[in-house]
Design a protein around this ligand. Structure first.
Ligand code: AMP
Ligand code: MG
Length: 390
C-alpha cells in the first residue's frame, strides 16, 4: 500500500493541462484563463469627473470665487473648448474634464445664477477627478492561470477584451458498477439500492470546471464493463465507482487491464478509500474508486479534485488543508491515514461519532474531513488538527 501523498504524486503524473480554446466573455465565468489578458486601453481613457458639478482651474479658487459657465461636458459628450481663468464648465459624472480645468467643485457647494456660479460651500480638498489610467493603463495584464470570477469578467470587459483563452473543460466519464444499482427516480427491486456517489461526484467535478458525464450503470459482468469503457473512450479521465475490491464480482481492474490499462497503483494506506486504483487507459487517465458512498466522495475530495485542478492548468498540489482545535478527545489512529467526517464550528472541530463509510447522512452533516496521519497517537481536546473543508 502506498501513502496518500505518493498516490497523489503518481496521479499528477498521469495528467497534464488541457489544450486551450477561446471563449467569449459571456461564457468565461468560472473558466480558467490560460494566457495573460492585456488591456487594450487606459481606464479611464481620459481624466473624468467623479461627481456632478463644475470644472474649474484650481488656481482660481478662493472662498466665494465666481466663475462664468462656458458650456457643458456630459458622459459621452465632451466639451470641445478649454476652460480659461475665471471660467468653468458644467460637468457630470463620467464626463471628460475639459482642457484647462483640473478640479471639479460639486454642485452642492455652489450657487448658480444664470451663467454664473459662486462658491458658497466648503469645497474640501478632493479634486473629484478620476485621472486617466488611474484604474489600469494600456498594456496592464490580468495574469494567467486564473479562475475567472465575476469581478475579473467586469475588469476584462473594461479592458476591451471580448474573448479570452481558457483551458478546455476536462471531459470525465463516470461509470457506476454493480448489479444492485439503479438510477435515482427509478424503482429499485427489493435487493437494489440507488446509485448515489456517482451524482455527488458529478456535482463535485462540474463545480470545479470539468464536464462530468454519468454513463449507464455497468452490471457486474465483463461485456457490460467493456461496453462502458468503450462509451468512455473519448474522455480525458475515466472514473469507475465500485467493483475495485477483491470480491468475485469485482471485475473493474481485470477488465481494464485486458483493455490495456497501464496500472500505476492499487491500494492506498487511507481510510476510507483503501481499494483505489489508477493508471493510463489508452488516451485517458483512469481512476477506479471504491464503491462505498462516503469512500468514493472522500477520494473525490482527496484525489479527483487536485487532479482536475491540475488538468485545468492550476498546478499540481494537494487540496488545501486548514486547521482547527479539537473540541473533544479522540483515540489513537491505526496505520492508515484517516479522513474522519467532522464538523468545524467557530474554529473548533468535532469528529462525528459514526465513521462508517456507507453513511451518507453523516457525510452530509459534516463540513470537514479531519485528517489523522498514520499511527497518530491519541489526541486531546484543544490540540490543533489539519482538516479539509468539504
Ligand atoms: P463495491 O466496491 O462494488 O464492492 O461496492 C461497495 C459498496 O458500495 C456496496 O455496498 C455497493 O452497493 C456500494 N456502491 C457501489 N457503487 C455505488 C454507487 N455508485 N452508489 C452508491 N453505492 C454504491
Ligand atoms: Mg460492486
Amino acid at each position: 500500500m502506498i501513502s496518500v501523498q505518493t498516490a497523489l504524486e503518481q496521479l499528477f503524473a498521469l495528467v497534464s493541462p488541457m489544450e486551450t480554446e477561446g471563449v467569449s466573455l459571456v461564457n468565461a465565468a468560472g473558466r480558467v484563463m490560460s494566457h495573460d489578458a492585456t488591456a487594450n486601453r487606459d481606464q479611464p481613457p481620459f481624466s473624468a469627473s467623479a461627481m456632478d458639478g463644475y470644472a474649474v482651474r484650481s488656481g482660481d479658487i478662493t472662498p466665494s470665487a465666481s466663475f462664468q459657465v462656458i458650456g457643458e461636458s456630459a458622459a459621452g459628450h465632451a466639451l470641445d473648448q478649454s476652460v480659461a481663468s475665471g471660467q468653468c464648465a458644467r460637468i457630470f459624472t463620467g464626463a471628460p474634464v475639459p482642457p484647462g480645468a483640473d478640479r471639479v467643485i460639486i454642485q452642492e457647494d455652489v450657487t448658480r445664477e444664470g451663467d454664473t456660479i459662486r462658491i458658497t460651500g466648503d469645497i474640501g480638498t478632493s479634486d473629484h477627478i478620476r485621472k486617466q489610467a488611474s484604474d489600469f493603463a494600456t498594456g496592464d495584464a490580468l495574469r494567467a492561470p486564473r479562475r475567472l470570477r465575476p469581478s475579473d469578467i467586469a475588469l476584462l470587459a473594461a479592458m476591451n477584451v471580448a474573448q479570452v483563452t481558457v483551458y478546455r473543460k476536462p471531459q470525465i466519464a463516470l461509470i457506476s458498477t454493480g448489479d444492485e444499482l439503479v438510477m435515482p427516480g427509478e424503482t429499485p427491486g427489493p435487493d437494489q439500492i440507488i446509485a448515489s456517489n456517482t451524482f455527488g461526484l458529478k456535482a463535485m467535478l462540474d463545480d470545479l470546471g470539468a464536464n462530468a458525464r454519468i454513463l449507464p450503470i455497468a452490471r457486474d459482468n465483463r461485456p457490460a464493463l467493456e461496453l462502458s469503457f468503450d462509451l468512455a473512450k473519448d474522455a480525458d479521465l475515466i472514473v469507475t465507482i465500485g467493483g475495485a475490491s477483491v470480491g468475485d464480482h469485482d471485475l473493474v481492474g481485470s477488465v481494464a487491464s485486458d483493455l490495456g490499462l497501464e496500472q500505476k497503483f492499487y491500494k492506498i494506506a487511507m481510510r476510507p478509500g483503501k481499494p483505489l486504483m489508477a493508471g493510463r487507459l489508452n488516451d485517458a487517465a483512469f481512476v477506479g474508486l471504491p464503491g462505498n458512498p462516503v469512500s468514493a466522495m472522500v477520494c473525490g475530495h482527496v484525489f479527483l479534485k487536485p487532479v482536475v485542478l491540475a488538468m485545468l492548468g492550476l498546478g499540481a498540489a494537494p487540496s488545501l488543508r486548514q486547521q482547527a482545535t479539537l473540541a473533544a478527545d479522540i483515540p489513537e489512529n491505526g496505520p492508515r491515514e484517516h479522513y474522519m467526517r467532522a464538523t468545524v464550528t467557530n474554529g473548533k472541530i468535532t469528529a462525528e461519532t459514526r465513521q462508517d463509510s456507507a453513511l451518507l447522512s453523516v457525510f452530509a452533516d459534516a463540513n470537514a474531513l479531519l485528517i489523522r496521519p498514520p499511527n497518530d497517537g491519541p489526541r486531546n481536546s484543544g490540540d490543533v488538527m489539519d482538516y479539509l473543508p468539504i
